[in-house]
Design a protein around this ligand. Structure first.
Ligand code: GUN
Length: 285
């Protein structure tokens, strides 16, 4: 039987530490700004939980809710107003964006020094170059989970299914930085089950319930399920848990696996941005 990797438990520990550190900072509370535009009920739920977590950690959250028909110029102006606001430490532009708004333009407009998602090209470059920076919350949460459970990464074969800019690509970079041998698989990958069976660490971020089954997992592998889909009121992962759990060594549940870590790391990233800004201010004569 596999051991469960409890993201919920680790997220609680991270959130308590962040709340303590944030509470000890001099001056105004850490402030996270969230820009929303799409008329998307799932996004609305995520945004509400991000803002609630923020407030529970003693941070302030502000929101700019734009109409779904906002123009790209209108959207980018809203982002620039937050860039220019000295009381805002961190900015999230909630994805998915409405049609017609270029996610690359949005990512490049958020100042790297307020980029809590780690989506700005400067932060992406830092990630791939092995430099310090702010990195995307979900993949960073996965790394924390593997480390918290003492799971070896260096020298292991890692396969990631899904090549998004939010999860798959930064996940590949982070595992590579920790000396895994990384393969990034996607919808055009031939013999996906065969490739997945080569993985010591299998991370799936597809968003289709149950696509990863017994035939994708070799005995003793570590399986991390990032893909969350809503099936009515039920949250489901990419992995057919009942089929896979008996063969792997460790597995994340859905819910309670990676999901809670995304928000915990978001708070941690916001705190890091604020501390870096305070340090820059203190160093300015
Ligand atoms: N939508 C789903 N996940 C994310 C995320 O990590 N960041 C942003 N900005 N939007 C998202």
């Amino acid at each position: 039987m596999a051991s469960l990797l409890s993201g919920r438990e680790l997220a609680g520990t991270i959130r308590s530490r962040v709340a303590l550190e944030a509470g000890a900072l001099p001056g105004r509370p850490v402030c996270l700004a969230v820009v929303t535009a799409a008329d998307d009920p799932a996004s609305a739920v995520y945004v509400a939980s991000k803002r609630k977590a923020c407030e529970k950690a003693g941070m302030k959250s502000v929101g700019i809710d734009l109409p779904a028909e906002v123009s790209q110029d209108g959207y980018l102006d809203a982002v620039r107003s937050l860039n220019d606001d000295p009381t805002v430490d961190a900015i999230i532009c909630q994805l998915p964006l409405p049609p017609g708004i270029d996610p690359h333009a949005v990512a490049s407009t958020v100042l790297p020094s307020k980029d809590v998602d780690g989506f700005h090209p400067e932060n992406v470059g830092r990630l791939w170059r092995g430099e310090d920076g702010i990195f995307p919350c979900t993949p960073l949460g996965v790394m924390r989970l593997l480390e918290a459970y003492g799971l070896e990464i260096g020298g292991r074969r890692a396969v990631i299914v899904g090549r998004s800019n939010i999860v798959g690509k930064p996940m590949a970079a982070l595992l590579l930085r920790s000396d895994a041998t990384v393969t990034l698989a996607h919808s055009k990958t031939p013999d996906l089950p065969g490739l997945c069976r080569t993985a010591d660490i299998l991370v799936t971020a597809v968003g289709r319930p149950g696509v990863i089954g017994r035939g994708h997992v070799h005995e003793g592998a570590v399986v991390v399920d990032v893909g969350i889909s809503r099936d009515g009121d039920v949250l489901r992962g990419d992995v057919d848990f009942e089929a896979v759990e008996p063969v792997c060594s460790h597995i994340t549940p859905v819910p309670g696996g990676v999901g809670p870590l995304t928000i915990a790391i978001l708070l941690e990233n916001a705190l890091r941005l604020r501390k870096a800004a305070d340090a820059r201010k203190a160093a300015t004569p």
